[in-house]
Every structure is written in C-alpha cells, then in structure tokens.
Design a protein around this ligand. Structure first.
Ligand code: BEZ
Ligand code: FE
Length: 288
C-alpha cells in the first residue's frame, strides 16, 4: 500500500500525471500539480476556502454558454490572457502589437467597401479610421482582411443584445496600395460584465472594472501572422487601469475632432465627426 503523507503527496501526484501518453500533456499536468500544491501550502488553504473556490468555479461554468465565456473573462482579469498573448506573439518591435481577443468577436461579419459604414443606424459620433496595412519591410500585402468590431455607446456588444442582424462589426479589404478606411462610431469606455462570478470577485477588491474606449481588429493576410489587436482613443478614461491589461502605448491613437465636411473616403459628413489614422504593420510568418 502506498503511504501518503503531507510531504510526499505532491511527488506521488506528479508521478501519476507524468504517465500521460502525450509528453506535452504530461509536462502541463505535472507542472500544474506542483504549482497547485505549492499554492495550497503557501497560503495554508483551509477547507472552507477550498469549497468556496469549487463553488466559484462551478458558478463560472454554469453561467457560461455559447455567448458568454466567464472562464475567459476570469483569465482576462487575472492577466493570464494577456500574458499568453505576449508570450506567443513576440513580434518585431516595428510590427503592430497584439492584444486580447476578448469574448465578443463574431465570425462571418458582413463585407463592406472602402469607407463602408459598419455602424448603420447605431447612434454615435461618426468615426473614420484610415491608413495602410503593410508588411514589416513596408511592402504591400495581399489578401488582407480587416475584421472590425466594437461596443455601442452603452458599452454593449451585439452578442449581449441578442439581435439578429450584424451590429457594429464588418470586414474590410484594403485597396491594392494597402489603404483602408473604416466608418463606425466613436467607441466609449465600458464595464466588463459584472453580474457573474468574476464581477462578484472584483467587487471584493479596489479593481476598476472598466475598459478604455477601443475598436477591435483581427487582421489576416497571406504569409503573415494573424494580428488580433485594438486601437484605443488617446486620453480615454481607464487607459491606465484597463481591467484586462490589454492596453499598449503603440495602440493609442488620437481621435481628431472634425467639422462637417469631406471624410477620408471622399463622402460628405453633415455632422461633426472624428478621425483616427493608423498604419498596421504585419509580422511575416517565420518561414517567409
Ligand atoms: C473586449 O474588449 O471586448 C473584452 C475583452 C476582455 C474581456 C471583456 C471584454
Ligand atoms: Fe471590447
């Protein structure tokens, strides 16, 4: 019979999980056992705390569904998502940096032409974002798709509203010379969902539960690493305290106020609008 003690249990558990058939799985699970046991020892975890953690995990699973990923939100607010992004997307410093995907991207957005309006009739100040998409060496890139999404002025994403039609999201194809133009509305800062177990935890802390105003981009192109990123409004509230650690100075752009007049796509805007310019620089794939 195997005699289990407080001192040998970690090694016994590690040995068991080291039998995983796939070597990487064995590495992940033995390391997980070691860190979990170290954590429990370091804080001298009580049974009540262990049960509270189990109940929190259960609640996190129960509230999650196809439209709500509470575990991803937990990973986001713990800084784990952003750590994983940074370790796995070590781009050249001149390339546009990656940041978190977030839970609100929806596949299959409608395609719009240069300057096409992805805000339709959603209320807000018109925002034009334009610039170029290029490779690291400055050359144009083929097959570029800019998949763009954002929240409305109340901080709500389409998947939170349960609407049937695409809302504040679209795909754009830059022109031959790499230029693109997105028409949308100026985003606002917003709170992450606070009505679940993640919110309940955050409420026990002094953590701000807001994200600064931003627009999301997923940029794909032939021969280049897919780029998941955002553009943030310079001067926006919460830039220094983004609850999901997603901000980077390189992604902060000025939203210049403009009087009614001609927009970057040549159309006329008859209300005041704002303009942001940004040139995306894509990281070539390693084998290129
Ligand atoms: C977002 O920007 O859409 C987002 C990212 C992480 C958590 C919640 C929202
Ligand atoms: Fe967002």
């Amino acid at each position: 019979m195997q005699l289990v003690t407080e001192d040998n249990i970690t090694e016994l558990a590690r040995q068991r999980w080291a039998t995983a058939k796939d070597p990487r799985t064995a590495q992940l699970l033995t390391s997980l056992v070691r860190h979990l046991h170290d954590f429990a020892r370091e804080v001298r975890l009580t049974e009540a705390e262990w049960m509270a953690a189990i109940q929190w995990l259960t609640a996190t699973g129960r509230i999650s569904d196809a439209k709500r990923e509470e575990f991803i939100l937990a990973s986001d607010v713990l800084g784990l998502s952003m750590l994983v992004v940074q370790m796995n997307h070590r781009f050249d410093p001149a390339a546009t940096p990656a940041t978190v995907l977030g839970p609100f991207h929806i596949d299959g957005s409608p395609e719009l032409g240069f300057g096409g309006d992805m805000s339709d009739d959603v209320e807000g100040t018109p925002l034009f974002i334009s610039g170029t998409v290029r490779s690291l060496d400055g050359s144009p890139v083929s097959g570029v798709v800019l998949d763009v999404w954002q929240a409305d002025a109340d901080g709500a994403y389409e998947s939170q509203l349960g609407v049937d039609e695409a809302r504040l999201r679209a795909k754009y194809h830059p022109r031959e010379d790499g230029t693109y133009c997105v028409r949308t509305i100026a985003p606002k800062g917003y709170s992450i969902p606070m009505d679940g177990p993640v919110g309940a935890l955050i409420e026990q802390t002094g953590i701000s539960h807001f994200r600064p105003a931003h627009v999301h981009f997923l940029v794909t192109a032939e021969g280049h690493e897919p780029l998941i990123t955002h553009l943030f409004e310079e001067g926006a509230e919460y830039l220094d305290s983004d609850v999901v650690f997603g901000t980077k100075q390189e992604l902060v752009v000025t939203f210049e106020p403009r009087e009614p007049g001609t927009a970057p796509d040549g159309t006329t805007v008859d209300v005041p609008w704002v303009e942001a310019r940004y040139d995306f620089v894509l990281q070539p794939c390693a084998q290129h």
